[in-house]
Ligand binder design. Sequence first.
Ligand code: SF4
Length: 148
Amino acid sequence: MKDKVKIGIIICDRYRNCAGGKCLRALRNREGAFSVYKDNEVELVGYANCGGCPGGNIEYAPVEMIKNVAEVIHLATGFIVGYPPCPYLEFFRNFITASFGVKVIIGTHPIPQKYYDMHHLLGSWNDPEWEEILKPTLADEKIRLAYD
Ligand code: SF4
């Protein structure tokens, strides 16, 4: 087992009442974007929402997490799968990295199949840049169905 990694999770405010069930399950099972930690212990040191469009809490939540020694901040899968996907996603990733020098990973739990299907129908993820964004949380259909 490698070293313990301390992480923070920021969720989209549209899901502000979410109890974190899918994220925490995926973290426990090392699924989706958490599969990178399959050989690590992980400690969740912060959980917050973006503050609502256009994401005012992105300026502040990472500070709290870094005070708790967060090394990686995950922008939750809701940023990707919401209707529409968060239009500020790339900006937030760049901002957090540039401002706080902390690693940012887009995504938490695997993309649920129902969102996968709808976004394919809508063509939301057709632009080439989505390939890299979706990679950590794409999973396979069996896993995606398990997160519906
Ligand atoms: S769409 Fe983006 S800015 Fe708006 S509430 Fe969700 S994460 Fe925050």
